[in-house]
Design a protein around this ligand. Structure first.
Ligand code: ATP
Ligand code: MG
Length: 405
């Protein structure tokens, strides 16, 4: 489908009917609406992204709610950010944002936000290629607003900031510049590159909170060319400035190996965490923290694992390690170790003793530490093939009678 006669060229659009509907709903609610940022860039590049970003000049909440109702989506409003999100049944998103200006009181802090017309909203954005809007309200549907010459930079394949203070106001844009340049195969425009390097040299990225830096690393972890992005970050000394982290080349090889064996973004992110100097008070999940730590400490059990003769030994060594860490290690460790880990993941981890805790109680054992120790002994005996399922019950009875287990 082709829209955008006003844009001077036909824009191919895979979801024109939905966009027309969204524009109509906004119009009925009494506001203009625009497709903005990434989706406009991607449409002009003939790329496809599942998410839709809409900006409205007022009534973001009303418009969001109405869209949610009409497309049978789940609607959430974030009053602090004046943003509504509608999640569609196929789990793609429509974000509806109030057009705004942003002012930065200090470098690297979150900006103060004030409602403003679309023309001003486009000037608060990160790069020219992300500062375009396509009107979707009826009668002006397909009209492209491009006040910063984003189309031209798309043509010349350039990532360019909108004003010289951009990387000082918000140093996360440095991560973004690298990410977009590598994702799209673009260059960073020379003046932009110079200002980016100045911002890094002056340590502006170190003013960012850990939360915002980790968010950027998560985004990078989801990208197809994530490895190139991490290499660029290293080259530009970006994370050296803000995380005191410069990934060593042996670690880059591990990232590369993992990447060649799985696309999973979470595993890539955890492997990065495992190499960061101090994740102590980072806002990450317990599982991420423990997985990263386990990867870091894996060398401590490495030789014992290699020497393990019994399956119960492999089980005992690997059981305390969270599953994401094992998933990672099985892909980056040498073959013999990987085989032991896969054996654990695919077979050993799901084996359970047939005798249950309840049966132990029936046999007269009161709950306590001995309880777990007996269950463990039964399991290890099963793993090592010392007893059959049938004989487990007898063994349990014998262990209960023994004083020392
Ligand atoms: P993607 O395809 O990765 O989603 P995107 O361009 O949609 O790319 P988002 O992070 O989804 O990027 O942000 C949506 C839009 O919001 C961007 O296109 C840009 O116009 C604006 N934006 C996002 N982050 C910033 C920022 N740090 N500074 C200025 N503008 C930003
Ligand atoms: Mg987006």
């Amino acid at each position: 489908m082709s829209i955008g006669a006003k844009a001077g060229k036909g824009i191919r659009c895979h979801n024109e009917a939905l966009l027309r509907l969204l524009g109509k709903i906004a119009h009925q609610c009494g506001t203009r609406a625009f497709l903005v940022g990434g989706p406009v860039r991607d449409m002009l590049l003939d790329r496809f992204g599942p998410d839709i970003d809409i900006a409205v000049e007022s009534k973001a909440q009303t418009v969001g709610k109405e869209i949610g109702r009409r497309v049978h989506g789940r609607f959430v409003f974030h009053s602090r950010f004046l943003t509504a999100t509608v999640t569609l049944p196929d789990s793609s998103h429509i974000d509806i944002t109030q057009t705004r200006t942003e002012t930065y009181s200090r470098p690297a802090v979150l900006p103060r936000v004030k409602p403003a017309p679309i023309e001003q909203d486009l000037f608060r954005r990160d790069f020219t290629i992300n500062a375009m809007a396509l009107e979707i309200t009826p009668f002006r549907f397909g009209y492209l607003l491009d006040p910063c010459s984003g189309q031209q930079d798309l043509k010349y394949k350039l990532v360019r900031i909108l004003h010289p203070k951009s990387f000082i106001d918000d140093p996360t844009r440095i991560f973004r510049a690298i990410r977009f340049a590598i994702r799209l195969g673009f260059g960073i425009e020379p003046q932009t590159l110079k200002l980016m390097r100045q911002s890094i040299k002056s340590s502006y990225p170190s003013l960012l909170t850990a939360e915002r830096i980790l968010y950027e690393l998560r985004l990078i972890s989801s990208e197809t060319r994530r490895l190139q992005m991490i290499e660029a970050i290293k080259r530009e000394k970006l994370t050296r400035t803000c995380l005191d982290w410069s990934p060593p080349s042996h670690f880059l090889s591990k990232l590369k190996l993992l990447s060649s064996r799985t696309r999973n973004p979470e595993l890539f992110f955890i492997l990065i965490l495992s190499n960061l100097p101090d994740t102590g008070n980072f806002p990450i999940t317990k599982q991420e923290r423990e997985s990263a730590r386990a990867i870091n400490r894996f060398h401590l059990i490495h030789s014992r694992l290699m020497r393990a003769k019994r399956l119960s030994t492999i089980y005992r060594l690997l059981h305390p390690i969270p599953e994401p860490a094992l998933q990672i290690l099985s892909r980056i460790e040498p073959r013999a170790v990987a085989r032991a880990i896969n054996l654990y993941l695919n077979r050993l981890s799901s084996i359970r003793p047939t005798v249950t805790g309840r049966e132990l109680r029936k046999l007269g054992l009161m709950p306590g530490p001995k309880y777990q120790r007996i269950l463990d002994r039964l399991l290890y005996a099963r793993l090592d093939g010392l007893i059959s399922k049938e004989k487990e019950y007898n063994m349990a009875r014998r262990l209960i009678r023994q004083k020392k287990v």
